[in-house]
Structures are given as C-alpha cells and as structure tokens.
Write a protein that binds this ligand. Structure first.
Ligand code: SF4
Length: 364
C-alpha cells in the first residue's frame, strides 16, 4: 500500500524559471487508493447528452460540433494550419520527437498498472521495448523513422524526410538510440515524482463537456489526481525537444481547456494544473480561478465562432511565426510560396458540420 501523502520534496522542483506565466503550489495529499474515484467516469453521460451518447435514440438531437485543445490551439496559432490539419487532413509524418513522446506517455500510463512498490526507474525502462513493439504493430510505418541499414539508399531518404523540421533528432537515429532516448526521458520523470507514492484517479482519459449548449469541448488528460479533500490536479507530461518557450503558451492553453471541462463536469475548479517537462526535469504548476475559467470559456466560444466564419468563407489565413519551423505544410502555404489545395465546397455549405479532428491519447 503506497503512502498516499505527497510531500513537497516528492513533488520535485517547482520553479517558475522558463514558465513565467505560471504560479506555484503543491498538493500535499493525494487520495488514498481505497478512496479512488476512478469508478466515477470523467467521460460522463450527463456531459454527452445530446451528442454521441444519444445518437442511437430515435428522437436524438443533432450531434454537436466538438473542439479539442489541439485543434483550438492550431487555429489560434495559424488558421491555415487548422485548415490543413482539420479540413484538408493533409498527411503529416510524425517526427521522432512526437513518436518518442507517444512512447513515453504509454510507458508512464502502464507504469501505474504495476503495484506501487514496483514503479521504479528500472521497471519503467523494462516497459519501453514492449510498448514500442505495441506501437509498431499498430503503425508499421513508424519504423521509417530510423536510419537505414548500410547501403539502403531508399530507406535513407525515408529517414531523412521523417525528421525534417526536427533539428534535435539526428537523421541517423537508430532504433537502439531512439529507445535509449525514451529511457532517458523517463529518468527525468523520476527526478520530479515518485510514482510509488501516487495513485492517479484517471490516466489517459477522455473528458468532455458541453458549453453554452452548442459546443462539445473534449480532450485526453494524461493524468488526474484527486486529493482526499476532493482537490483536482491535472498533470500533463511534456516530452518534446523543441524550445519550451515556443510552445509554453500552447501548453497553458491546453491545461486551461482541461480545467474548464473538469469544472463543467464536476463544478470544481482544479486546484493545480501541472506541466512535467521530462527533458528539463522541471515542474510548472498553475492554479486557475473560476473567473479565469469563465473568461477562458467566453474566449473559447468566440474562437469557435471565428472558426465557423472561416469555415463558411473558406478564409483561413496563414499566420507566420517561429512555429512555422515545426509546420509540415510549408509546401502548401502562401507564406512560403506554396498554394493550398482547393477548398472543399461541401465544408463551406450552410449548416455543414465542420470536421474538427480529434486528439489521440498521449498527444502533446
Ligand atoms: S507554414 Fe506557418 S503560416 Fe504556413 S500554414 Fe504552417 S504555421 Fe501557418
């Protein structure tokens, strides 16, 4: 039975360096395993009433449009990027950093399946290869991330393309180096938390809620901790190799999005939104308040209206920024001399549903 008390030293270094917009706090106690609320679904019937849950009923109302934090952040970052990903659905080859992130998220999720006393760095390292094999079985083209065998010119081209725009990953990465780098990131995790002393209430869980009776907001939380007093702590693992400052606003937006969903589900404002930067072994905590979440909700609805206007007019403008360096679609972007594909007429039709795209569990 793990000690359900989490002391400040267990929570690791809590720092504002590099995350200036974040305030700090540490949750002192987590719920005892016997008090876990994991039997209480976060993906609730109540919040999905009128959406997917009821589509089979004869009198079911129309399915509501939905929005994930990733797609909302895409539109904020660059409306044209939103269009490419959500409407045109242009393919994107995941970078090695993204695939590594998916692998590390999977290992951290499985880690909490183990008895508390076995959640050690060694056991986490043992989970890396089996989880990688599982991911490969689900998505065979992931093998294209790696350097070719000597003399395999075609594969060499694939490997180089796979890492385009990813300056932190050498194009000669081998599978062994890739798995070792995932294990290194997990080592960073253990410097911040002791999972033997944690019993998460939820892991990789889809949460969703309806706002303003017209928009379903939904996404996967990496981890949700609930204290005996009912305090919620949302935890998000960040594994990317890109400079943090380039993505910090996006990370905070994502966490506020989850906080809003949880508040709409439970009527409780999460006490802590926690970012765990595995590469830097740094914890960033943020404590939202209700007024802030209400403002966030208004802004989210305004953002949705802007997305709807763009859908009807087809006017998704490029918004160049330093994040273009991580965009897979420069060849189609006017800001880089490219041309977008023809805008789908069906999407612009009055009342047409907007394909909003979905996040996958473990997405950064
Ligand atoms: S390259 Fe930049 S401006 Fe163009 S679509 Fe991508 S993010 Fe937007």
């Amino acid at each position: 039975m793990p000690d359900a008390t989490v002391r400040a030293d267990d929570a690791g270094r809590v720092s504002s360096q590099g995350c200036p917009s974040l305030s700090h706090m540490t949750v002192e106690k987590l719920r005892d395993p016997s008090e876990s609320t994991s039997s209480t679904p976060i993906h609730t019937e109540a919040t999905t009433a009128g959406t997917e849950q009821s589509t089979a009923a004869p009198e079911a109302p129309p399915r509501l449009p939905s929005l994930s934090p990733s797609r909302a952040a895409d539109f904020k970052t660059c409306p044209l990027l939103f269009r490419f990903r959500t409407i045109d659905r242009l393919p994107e080859q995941p970078s090695a950093d993204q695939v590594r992130g998916t692998l590390v998220h999977a290992v951290l999720e499985r880690l909490f399946d183990l008895p508390a006393s076995e959640r050690t760095p060694e056991r986490a390292a043992e989970l890396v290869a089996p989880q990688w094999q599982r991911l490969l079985a689900e998505q065979e083209d992931l093998a294209g991330l790696f350097a070719p065998a000597p003399g395999d010119g075609a594969a060499a081209g694939d490997a180089t393309a796979a890492t385009a725009g990813d300056a932190t990953v050498p194009p000669t990465l081998t599978p062994e180096e890739f798995l070792a780098s995932a294990t290194d990131l997990l080592s960073g995790y253990f410097t911040m938390e002791d999972p033997r002393r944690l019993e998460p209430a939820q892991r990789e869980t889809l949460i969703e809620a309806v706002v303003d009776d017209r928009l379903l907001i939904r996404g996967y939380v990496d981890r949700l901790d609930i204290s005996p007093a009912g305090d919620l702590r949302v935890v998000d693992y960040k594994t990317g190799g890109a400079p943090r400052e380039a993505f910090e606003a996006r990370a905070l937006f994502q966490l506020k999005f989850y906080a809003l969903v949880l508040w709409r589900i439970h009527g409780v404002v999460p006490r802590v939104l926690r970012l765990l930067y595995l590469r830097d072994a740094e914890v960033c905590d943020y404590s939202p308040d209700l007024d802030e979440l209400l403002r966030f909700e208004r802004n989210l609805l305004a953002l949705w209206q802007a997305i709807e206007r763009a859908r009807q007019t087809g006017d998704f403008r490029p918004k160049p920024s330093r994040l273009c360096g991580w965009c897979s679609h420069q060849a189609h972007c006017p800001a880089f001399g490219g041309n977008p594909p023809p805008y789908p007429v069906a999407v612009a039709a009055p009342g047409a549903p907007l394909p909003t795209g979905e996040d996958a569990p473990g997405a950064e």
